[in-house]
Design a protein around this ligand. Structure first.
Ligand SMILES: *Cc1c(COP(=O)(O)O)cnc(C)c1O
Length: 401
C-alpha cells in the first residue's frame, strides 16, 4: 500500500498480466510522471498543445497529422466520426444520427471484437464480410478482397481493419480496394506495439487513420491514446473532440491541426467531447512516446526478459508443474512465463490463478490459457522485487494445497 491508495482504502496489486484497463493499465516511467506533474502547473491553449503533440505523433508515425485521445477506443470513435462527417459542421452537429448520409463501416467478420462498440457509438452501422472458416478449422478462407469490394457502395463511410498477425487479407490489399472506391480505412492497432516499426507500418501500408493505445506498451497515461493519419480526417476528429465554445470570428485554431479556412462555421461540441484528453494526458503521452522510441525494441525486450528470467528461476522446483519462458507479442518481443500444471499437480491452473488473486497482495495473471492447464505471467508491469514474491507465494500454495 502506498500513500494515495492507502488514503482511499484501496489495495495495490501485482500486475503479472500486462497493461490492462481493468488492472489500471501499466506502470509509468518516473520521467513521464514528472512531465505530467509539470504540465499540471500551467495552463495552455489546448488546441495549440494538441497541434504540438500532433507534430510529434506525425514524426513518429509518418502520418500527416495526429491527435492525443483518451484511449484507442476513443480514437476509433473519433476516427469513425471523422469519416462520417468530413468537414461538414451540420453533420458533426447531427451525430450519432446519420439519417441522410453514408454510415456503413465494412469489416471482416473475423475481425469483429468488443472494442468495435466505439465505431458503432459514433453512429456507424457495421457491415460484415467473409466467412472465417479457417478459424473454426472447417476450411481455409477468411474475408477476401472481392468481398470488401462487393460490400462497398454508396452507403459506405469507411472500412475498419483490426491489425493483428492473423488478419486476412493484408492491409495493403484492403486499402487498395477501399481507395479505389474513395473510402478511408481506419486501423485498430491498439495493442500492436512493440515492435516500434509498427508506429509507421500501417500508415505506410495505406491506412487513412490508425488508433493506438497510449497506456499499453508505449507507457503513457492509462487514459491516453493516439489517432493519426490524413490531415483532413484528423482535423474532423479534432473538431469533434475539442471544446467548441468559441466565437467563430475571434477563433484562431493552429492551422496544422485545424485549417479554419476550410470551415463554413464552427461546429458545436461534438460526439467526441467525452473522449477528451487533458494537458496531463497529452504531455504524458508525448513524453512516453519519446522514451518508447529512445529505448528501442532490443533494450526493452532485454529489460522484460530479465524480469521474466527471474520469475522462471523463482518458479522452479514445483511438484507437478513445469516452467518455461516463451516469446509472445506481435513480433515475439514480449517474453511470457508459462507455468504448465500436470494432472498430478496439487491444484488446477484455475485454482492457482484464483488463489493468487485472492491472496495479499493480490497477484493477477494472464487467464488466456487457464483451461489448458497453463498459468501465464507477463513481466511488463512487474517491479524488480515482484518475481521473487510471486515465486514464494506459488511455492507456499503448492505446499499447503
Ligand atoms: C486495448 C485495445 C483497445 C482499447 O484500447 P484503449 O486504449 O484501452 O481504449 C482497442 N482495440 C484493441 C484491439 C485493443 O487491444
Amino acid at each position: 500500500m502506498t500513500g494515495v491508495y492507502e488514503s482511499l482504502g484501496v489495495r495495490t496489486i501485482i500486475n503479472a498480466k500486462g497493461p490492462s484497463t481493468r488492472l489500471s493499465g501499466g506502470l509509468m516511467r518516473p520521467e513521464v510522471a514528472a512531465a505530467i506533474a509539470e504540465a499540471s502547473r500551467a495552463c495552455v491553449d489546448i488546441a495549440e498543445l494538441q497541434a504540438a503533440a500532433g507534430r510529434a505523433i506525425a514524426e513518429a508515425t509518418g502520418a500527416e497529422a495526429g491527435l492525443v485521445t483518451s484511449g484507442a477506443a476513443a480514437a476509433l470513435l473519433l476516427g469513425t466520426a471523422a469519416a462520417l462527417t468530413g468537414l461538414d459542421p451540420a453533420r458533426m452537429a447531427r451525430l450519432p444520427d446519420t439519417t441522410g448520409f453514408a454510415n456503413e463501416v465494412v469489416v471482416a467478420r473475423s475481425q469483429r471484437n468488443q472494442y468495435d462498440h466505439a465505431v458503432r457509438a459514433a453512429g456507424a452501422r457495421l457491415v460484415e464480410v467473409g466467412l472465417p472458416d479457417r478459424v473454426s478449422g472447417a476450411g481455409v478462407r477468411d474475408a477476401e478482397s472481392w468481398e470488401y469490394a462487393a460490400a462497398i457502395g454508396e452507403r459506405t463511410a469507411a472500412v475498419l481493419y483490426v491489425a493483428q498477425g492473423e488478419a486476412r487479407p493484408a492491409l495493403a490489399e484492403v486499402a487498395r480496394v477501399a481507395h479505389a472506391a474513395r473510402v478511408p480505412v481506419i486501423v485498430d492497432a491498439a495493442a500492436q506495439l512493440p515492435p516500434a516499426v509498427n508506429l509507421r507500418r500501417f500508415i505506410a501500408e495505406g491506412a487513412d487513420l490508425v488508433a493506438y493505445s497510449g497506456g499499453k506498451a508505449i507507457g503513457g497515461p492509462q487514459a491516453s491514446g493516439i489517432l493519426c493519419g490524413r490531415r483532413d480526417l484528423v482535423m474532423a476528429a479534432a473538431l469533434q473532440m475539442l471544446d467548441m465554445d468559441v466565437v467563430f470570428a475571434q477563433w484562431s485554431p493552429p492551422p496544422s491541426l485545424i485549417d479554419k479556412a476550410r470551415l463554413v462555421g464552427a461546429p458545436p461540441h461534438g460526439i467526441g467531447r467525452p473522449c477528451k484528453a487533458g494537458k496531463e494526458e497529452i504531455v504524458g503521452l508525448v513524453a512516453a512516446l519519446r522514451l518508447f522510441l529512445a529505448e528501442g525494441d532490443a533494450a526493452r525486450t532485454r529489460r522484460w526478459r530479465g524480469l521474466a528470467t527471474d520469475l522462471v528461476a523463482a518458479l522452479r522446483g514445483l511438484n507437478g508443474a513445469s516452467v518455461s519462458l516463451r516469446d509472445a507479442g506481435v513480433d515475439g518481443s514480449v517474453p511470457m512465463v508459462e507455468l504448465a500444471l500436470a494432472p498430478d499437480a496439487p491444484m488446477t491452473a484455475l485454482a492457482l490463478a484464483t488463489a493468487l488473486q485472492d491472496g495479499e497482495p493480490s497477484i493477477h495473471v494472464d487467464p488466456h490459457r487457464l483451461d489448458a492447464g497453463v498459468v501465464l505471467f507477463g513481466p511488463t508491469c512487474l517491479e524488480p522485487d515482484a518475481p521473487a514474491l510471486i515465486g514464494r507465494r506459488v511455492h507456499a500454495l503448492f505446499r499447503t494445497a
